[in-house]
Design a binder for this molecule. Structure first.
Ligand code: CP3
Length: 356
């Protein structure tokens, strides 16, 4: 099979093989927010550091060891410890965590959008590059490292609501419908910034990037087609050809649109069949997902293991990265995180030598 994305020599290259839909002995596994509150070592680190969250993101001396924490429990990829809101600060939208993200003055007018600054991420966010380089140096080729960014519609929703959109984003929908030019201008600026920010992460050495459309389950289809889809497409088209991208859309209501995004990997929610999506992608995409994150909170270890096996069987072939439907929930028992990873490693990949 033709190799589409590079396969640098890493001790564990399962994730990069899966992105290329190559056979693997076991399906690679990682989780969003794997460096987060479900991990007792993360909680201990935060307590010991005694700093606000943003200070940890902004200082490579903290972001490097936190990014590396999940390596000890056997995941097949790390993701940089940052936040989707990090690159908004140089634009002039400064969020506080109290504890959820909050913006003192939500962005809702043409004048506020026009006042947002475009600045080169390399100059404004040197700590992101320093974190990537520091993590790669310490990994010494052990594992792949993922970079990431929020998708423009999701970032716009945080800026317009002035907080986490949660289950509703009335101001965002209203602005998009009533002032599409203002909303479009905001999306345009975020698209340019995000393409530059992800390319910058690529130049510092991340092996792949993930774009988070975290409000994807709340965007009405017409607005998704008009704003979300084109902004995702433009970002993926702007990335260097050798930097594979994963598109995450929360609960993925429109998988047929995701197939046209240009992403190498589609990370989907519970309602999407992984095997069905791989078949529809017909050799163009790999898939990521989609065990229910609530099961890891509520189920016991055996239930977690059964869900992992069922998910791997359902995907049914090469081109699957095991993950959750969304991020790890903070109250997830850590034993279940460990069991999730162990079950992935103990289940032979479909089609691998020795698989049933
Ligand atoms: O291991 C990792 O995945 C760590 C890197 C990471 C963080 N945020 C650190 C973080 C990643 C990939 C993110 C992405 C992110 N941040 C998203 C997209 C993913 C998704 O959930 O859909 C979003 C929407 C955010 C915005 C955000 N950051 C919110 C709404 C919150 C507060 C809610 C919460 O869970 O506390 C955060 C805080 C945040 N970012 C935490 C972490 C580990 C919680 C940390 C803590 O309280 O110590």
């Amino acid at each position: 099979m033709a190799l589409v994305y590079p396969l640098p020599s890493l001790k564990n290259d399962l994730l990069l093989r899966a992105i290329n839909r190559m056979p693997v002995p076991h399906v690679p596994v990682w989780m969003m927010r794997q460096a987060g509150r479900a991990d007792p070592e993360y909680r201990a680190y935060r307590e010991h550091a005694g700093l606000p969250l943003f200070d940890l993101f902004r200082a490579a001396e903290h972001a490097i060891p936190i990014t590396l924490l999940p390596q000890r429990f056997g995941v097949d990829a790390l993701i940089i410890f940052q936040d989707i809101l990090t690159p908004l600060e140089p634009m002039g939208a400064v969020f506080d965590f109290a504890p959820g993200p909050q913006l003192a003055e939500p962005i809702r007018t043409a004048a506020q959008v026009a006042a947002l600054r475009h600045r080169e991420p390399a100059g404004q966010l040197p700590f992101v590059g320093a974190t990537i380089e520091g993590v790669l140096a310490r990994l010494d080729g052990a594992l792949p490292l993922l970079g990431f960014a929020g998708a423009p519609f999701t970032l716009a929703a945080f800026m317009i609501e002035g907080r986490s959109p949660g289950q509703a984003m009335p101001h965002t929908i209203a602005l998009a419908r009533e002032h599409p030019q203002v909303f479009g201008d905001l999306i345009e600026r975020l698209t340019e910034m995000t393409a530059a920010y992800l390319s910058y992460q690529g130049t510092r050495g991340v092996h792949a990037v993930q774009l988070f459309e975290s409000v994807g389950d709340q965007i009405p289809r017409d607005l998704y087609e008009r704003f979300a889809q084109p902004s995702q497409q433009r970002i993926f088209a702007a990335l260097p050809r050798d930097l594979p991208a994963i598109l995450f859309v929360r609960e993925s209501p429109f998988p047929e649109l995701m197939l046209e995004s240009g992403a190498a990997v589609l990370s989907v929610g519970r309602s999407v069949s992984l095997g069905g999506l791989l078949a529809r992608g017909a050799g163009r995409i790999a898939v990521q997902g989609n065990v229910d994150n609530r099961l890891l909170v509520e189920g016991d270890g055996d239930a977690v293991e059964a869900a992992v096996r069922a998910c791997i069987a359902e995907a049914g072939g090469p081109g699957h990265i095991l993950n959750l439907n969304h991020g790890l929930l903070p109250d997830t028992p850590f034993e279940n995180v460990l069991r999730f990873v162990r079950a992935a490693h103990e289940t032979p990949a479909p089609g691998a030598a020795g698989a049933e």
